[in-house]
Design a protein around this ligand. Structure first.
Ligand code: URA
Length: 203
């Protein structure tokens, strides 16, 4: 099989992570969850960390939040999951799905950044607080930052509620859908140049 340049670079990066013990999460993981989807995707979705099903299957977003994400992609954006790329801030599952620690984020973030450098997408949709904080450096919560795209270097970061939020709190179901509608509007319209929201580098 002949791999494209991006595929080959992603494969080599994922191979460089095999057996990773840079932080303590290796002890509890079944698999490293590197990311999946099209290396040529113009849009990348970034979640927090693998959960139970992702750890077992070595694929991001394959549990209930993932099923909901698939639905939102198809129904609202009109794209199958294979047309985008999906990854997480952390590549290994934290025990009991606890929040990532600052050390774990600092340790794993360079690999997410390398994935983005290889793919050069136009838009990175950050799902929830951790991904948004990691990619923008902003400390405000997702409720404040959602639906406000931030230009970071050559790409836009589009903060959104995490789809799992709707599974934990039924009242957020419509809000999560609304975030995807706003993303669709953003993708369909000319890119705003808002110097206020421009950062030179990915945080
Ligand atoms: N939640 C995440 O943030 N990532 C996954 O891969 C699955 C659920």
């Amino acid at each position: 099989m002949i791999l494209s340049g991006k595929e080959a670079k992603l494969l080599s990066l994922s191979e460089s992570l095999e057996g990773c013990q840079r932080c303590g999460l290796w002890e509890g993981r079944t698999n490293i969850v590197f990311g999946s989807g099209s290396p040529d995707a113009r849009m990348v979705f970034v979640g927090e960390a693998p959960g139970y099903h992702e750890d077992l299957q070595a694929e991001p977003f394959v549990g209930s939040a993932g099923k909901f994400l698939d639905e939102l992609l198809k129904e609202i954006l009109g794209v199958p999951r294979d047309d985008v790329y999906i990854a997480n801030v952390l590549k290994c599952r934290p025990p009991e799905n606890r929040d990532p620690t600052a050390l774990e984020v600092d340790t794993c973030k360079p690999f997410l950044m390398q994935q983005l450098e290889i793919m050069e997408p136009d838009t990175v949709c950050t799902l929830g607080n951790f991904a948004t904080r990691t990619l923008t450096g902003r400390r405000e919560g997702i409720t404040k930052l959602r639906r406000k795209p931030v230009k970071v270097g050559a790409l836009y970061v589009f903060p959104m509620f995490h789809p799992a939020a709707a599974l934990h709190r039924g009242d957020l179901y419509e809000e999560v859908r609304q975030d995807f509608r706003s993303l669709k509007e953003f993708l369909d319209s000319p890119r705003p140049v808002d110097e206020e929201s421009t950062q030179r580098e990915l945080f």
